[in-house]
Write a protein that binds this ligand. Structure first.
Ligand code: ADP
Ligand code: MG
Length: 320
């Protein structure tokens, strides 16, 4: 079988595709078009997009949105509910504050943080599924789909491949991986999990994956520094600050990449104990936690699928 590999920069991250079959080049191009389209709808920064329109209309009016944004917003509310707000797209005022401060390498004041927090809370986002509209209740409220959009896009790309008759494919949107069928050797795809403390491409473990998604959230990729202290990009809904997690990264494995994206962010905020509880109560969903103490905890159905790299010399515990 012919294999095609392609890399692009979309949704502010590297998008990597490996596709098998005659139509691979066309499938890869269709996926790129789809991701660009979704980015134009869902980006916080693209003024003509639906998310920017919802944000501009906050406190004033409901905005008509298409099926893609409606689906993502509905799922976002559902995952905010089940994670007790640890995953919450309405944290955008706080996220935006830290992003703006990060550009100037300064810290926001407590007052700025508290003001931003007062506009947050997923109850402020009201969806009308009959009229397909979204409304933010207060002026100052905002949404940011940074922790869910790439997952949704990965799911859409796999659907595009399937509709084109592709049987084997891999897509990675900046740590959001989803696969279809087998790899070029005819075996399940082996997906490496990035070591949080080592250079990119160094894996502490690998997962055998078939028709599933693997999504990692961690503090090690996106951050800024002030006075030698690192401030990463995942916000704690309780403090309005980058979360002080007891894990360095968490990887979630399940069928839906959108679900894996939401849950990996939520579990990172919640930390090992509560994050493990959240994964445990979610059907057909597994996870690998890499702790601050450099221990690895995996969910109980994972041992056959997860392989610790020999070089890593880490302890791995299976949670019951
Ligand atoms: P990445 O996008 O780096 O792969 P995540 O999926 O964890 O990692 O998403 C992080 C992004 O999501 C942040 O850059 C920000 O835009 C947004 N975000 C930050 N904290 C939260 C949170 N607690 N809930 C929902 N979205 C968040
Ligand atoms: Mg996420």
């Amino acid at each position: 079988m012919e294999w095609l590999e392609r890399q692009d920069f979309l949704m502010n991250t590297t998008v990597e595709q490996k596709i098998g079959g005659e139509d691979a080049a066309a499938a890869a191009q269709n996926a790129v078009n789809e991701i660009s389209h979704l980015e134009s709808l869902m980006s916080f920064f693209i003024d003509s997009g639906e998310v920017a329109q919802i944000n501009r209309s906050a406190g004033r009016k409901a905005v008509c949105v298409g099926k893609d944004v409606m689906t993502v917003l509905g799922a976002a509310i559902q995952f905010a509910e089940i994670s007790g707000g640890a995953f919450d797209i309405t944290l955008a005022p706080v996220i935006d504050l830290w992003r703006r401060c990060g550009k100037q390498s300064v810290l926001p004041s407590s007052k700025e943080i508290n003001t931003a927090l007062s506009f947050c809370g997923y109850h402020n986002l009201q969806l009308d599924n009959e009229n397909n509209t979204a409304f933010l209740r207060g002026d100052g409220c905002l949404i940011d789909l940074g922790a869910i959009g790439k997952g949704y896009a990965a799911d859409c790309c796999i659907e595009i491949y399937k509709a084109m008759g592709i049987q084997s494919a891999f897509i990675n949107l900046g740590g959001n991986v989803k696969t279809l069928g087998n790899n070029p050797d005819g075996r399940p795809w082996a997906i490496g999990i990035q070591h949080p403390d080592q250079r990119r491409g160094t894996f502490f473990g690998a997962l055998d994956i078939q028709d599933q998604s693997v999504v990692t959230s961690g503090a090690y990729e996106r951050y800024f520094e002030t006075g030698g202290k690192k401030h990463h990009h995942i916000v704690d809904h309780k403090t309005g600050r980058p979360c002080d997690s007891d894990i360095k990264s968490v990887t979630v494995i399940c069928q839906s990449s959108m679900q894996a994206d939401c849950l990996s962010t939520a579990a990172f905020v919640l930390g090992l104990t509560d994050g493990m509880d959240l994964i445990g109560k979610t059907d057909n969903t597994e996870a690998v936690f890499y702790t601050e103490n450099n221990e690895i905890y995996i969910t109980r159905n994972l041992p056959g699928q997860f392989h610790l790299q020999k070089i890593s010399r880490l302890d791995c515990y299976v949670c019951r």
